[in-house]
Design a protein around this ligand. Structure first.
Ligand code: CAA
Length: 258
């Protein structure tokens, strides 16, 4: 385990684990914390020995939002000139697949960080919400866009306009989370799921992530073109040859790039 000042990181085989570690503030996401998370994610991304990542908080809080105390007195010009929150756009550009393992509060920036990950596995006690409106602001880390794409206009609009919090079961039914698991087995489950991804070819997993993400960025026709380019690129890897040979020979694939 490596102790940074606001996070902890660990390597579990080919899975990189980032643990938010600011329990006294329910993992409120300060600017410094954002930069630590980004640096850790980039280090894992650059490491060929890592094929997937998990980001998690505590059983009480994944993260209770951006750090309200840090922002409270800022002026609009300060926010604008420092490009506040842009660190999270950088995190969304990390190419290695990332799972958010969410227990407890995932509010405001916490919900938004979970949605920046490629998918969410939620503990049965997870609570998702965008309560910024109660503070006189709106989401700022992509929540109005990613939540709407994830669960549709009606529910997203209700949550953003009222600050209503959604429990894990509703979040799964709405399509915000991939799966709900008991809180005690959350991390184990997320690490096992990440290990499955990390057992695949890393470049192919990156191409797959890019293709799915294209569905949120572009038209259907353009997205299909990007997917097609992606699968053609897969055929340039040794891992495609190995994967298809292994199928024909009825054995497990031994991917080179994992
Ligand atoms: N920022 C800064 N500190 C926070 C925080 C936040 N987002 N959330 C919690 N904390 C701090 C509290 O101030 C408290 O610190 P002190 O002990 O020093 O007072 C500590 O964490 C524990 O919190 P509570 O005592 O409030 O714990 P609780 O169990 O009674 O309530 C909670 C939990 C319902 C999550 C409550 O803490 C809460 O409502 N937090 C704020 C949620 C929120 O509004 N998030 C949105 C933030 S704005 C944002 O995220 C903007 C964006 O889009 C990027």
């Amino acid at each position: 385990m490596t102790q940074h000042s606001l996070i902890l990181t660990e390597q579990h085989g080919r899975v990189g684990l980032i643990m938010l570690n600011r329990p006294e503030a329910l993992n409120a996401l300060s600017d410094a914390m954002g930069h630590e998370i980004l640096a850790a994610a980039r280090a894992f991304d650059a490491d060929p020995g890592i094929g997937a990542m998990v980001i998690t908080g505590s059983s009480r809080a994944f993260a209770a939002g951006a750090d309200i105390k840090e922002m409270a007195e800022k002026s609009s010009v300060e926010m604008y000139q420092s490009n506040w929150f842009s660190v999270w756009d950088e995190l969304a550009r990390v190419r290695t697949p990332m799972i958010a393992a969410v227990a407890g509060h995932a509010l405001g920036g916490g919900c938004e960080l979970a949605m920046i990950a490629d998918f969410i596995i939620a503990a049965d006690n997870a609570k998702f919400g965008q309560p910024e409106i109660k503070l006189g602001v709106i989401p700022g880390m992509g929540g109005s866009q990613r939540l709407t794409r994830a669960i549709g206009k009606a529910k997203a609009m209700e949550m953003v306009l009222t600050g209503r919090v959604m429990g894990a079961v509703e979040a799964e039914q709405a399509g915000l989370v991939a799966r709900v698991v008991p809180v005690d087995s959350l991390l184990e489950d997320a690490l096992a799921t990440a290990a499955v991804i990390a057992g695949m070819s890393k470049p192919v997993a990156m191409i797959a992530k890019e293709a799915v993400n294209a569905a949120f960025e572009t038209t259907l026709a353009e997205g299909v073109v990007r997917e097609r380019r992606g699968i053609y690129a897969c055929f340039a890897t040794e891992d495609q040859k190995e994967g298809m040979a292994a199928f024909t020979e009825k054995r497990a694939a031994e991917f080179k790039h994992r």
